[in-house]
Design a protein around this ligand. Structure first.
Ligand SMILES: [Zn+2]
Length: 56
């Protein structure tokens, strides 16, 4: 299902949709896995939070 709303209406739409809408993407799905250790977590200062490999 596609739901198009104005950016200013996102919080209200999210409230109306309740659990059926996910405003924030899941970190484990949105972050590419580290090529070194495979950890799919948000970068810390541009580096892998697990092994420390600089990725950005
Ligand atoms: Zn890593």
């Amino acid at each position: 299902m596609w739901l198009l709303v104005q950016e200013s209406d996102v919080p209200r739409a999210a409230q109306l949709m309740g659990r059926f809408i996910t405003v924030e993407p899941d970190d484990t799905d949105s972050e590419p896995p580290c090529p070194c250790c495979g950890t799919a977590a948000p970068l810390v200062a541009g580096a892998c939070s697990d092994c420390g490999l600089q990725l950005a």
